[in-house]
Design a binder for this molecule. Structure first.
Ligand SMILES: [Zn+2]
Length: 271
């Protein structure tokens, strides 16, 4: 599933392509026909991402809400849109450009109170400028919980936008074991973890991929081959089970937590 940086990049791209334009909207597949009819002919005013949720704000207090989930995908191109291929849930088009959405988990229209309710049920998003004040709220939840830290950080109502790669890697960089109970995390530990997530996620927005290793652990610095993975990016432990830790050489461990894979180094993240 795409992590928050991908959604923030999409929000920026859609604003660049369409903000200020009156858009033609359609649902070639038909499943969003009613919503598309309401959107069609209105002006896209702004876009934003909140965690893994993408919002398009249109004139007339109409908000399009998209959650890509596991299979959702956008594609776009210049000029006239091509014949729709596959299950196109939503097609948006201006005079200059078109955008198709396929396979999302959610594609619906929200009223302003519904937008507020969506934000209220999400934790702070490290990529939002307005999130630092709310980071306090996340620590309050974490510091009272016996739940493993990795599970808390993956819970979108605690922190929004973080997925398995950011969580796994931020815990490694902090030297914290993924199964440590939330309530064992110190205030200073949380402040450092939050700041690191903000930094890693901003870098991912800038590069369009997740890189988490420090300069001294880059392939060139260590004289090791670069990582080959469809998710791209240099990482410490994510999807590297059995491979040597870049810091200490210990084989990276793999485990499971609530049906998700966990990766960690038992030497660098003791406990
Ligand atoms: Zn290690």
């Amino acid at each position: 599933m795409p992590e928050g940086h991908t959604i923030h990049r999409l929000a920026a791209r859609h604003a660049e392509l369409f903000a200020g334009d009156k858009l033609h909207a359609a649902s070639p597949q038909g499943r969003f026909a009613e919503g598309a009819a309401r959107l069609s002919g209105t002006v896209l005013e702004s876009t934003e991402a909140y965690g893994k949720h993408l919002l398009h704000h249109y004139a007339g207090e109409l908000t399009l809400h998209v959650h890509l989930g596991l299979y959702g995908k956008f594609s776009d191109g210049p000029g006239e849109p091509p014949e729709p291929v596959g299950q196109v849930r939503l097609r948006l088009a201006s005079d200059r450009h078109w955008l198709d959405l396929r396979g999302p988990t959610a594609c619906d229209l929200l009223t302003p109170p519904e937008v507020a309710a969506l934000r209220d049920r999400l934790g702070p998003d490290p990529l939002r400028a307005d999130a630092d004040a709310d980071a306090e709220r996340a620590y309050t939840r974490i510091s009272r919980s016996p739940t493993p830290l990795a599970a808390l950080l993956l819970d979108q109502s605690v922190v929004a936008g973080t997925g398995l790669i950011f969580v796994t890697e931020a815990l490694f960089r902090a030297g914290l074991p993924p199964r440590m109970p939330g309530r064992a995390l110190s205030r200073a530990g949380w402040d450092a973890l939050w700041a690191d997530l903000v930094g890693l996620m901003r870098l991912a927005v800038a590069h369009g991929r997740i890189d988490t290793v420090r300069d001294v652990h880059l392939p060139e610095a260590m004289g090791r081959p670069a990582r080959v993975d469809r998710h791209g990016g240099e990482v410490y432990v994510y999807r590297r089970p059995g491979a040597p830790c870049h810091v200490c050489g210990t084989e990276v461990s793999r485990g499971e937590l609530a049906g998700r894979n966990l990766y960690w180094c038992r030497t660098c993240q003791p406990g």
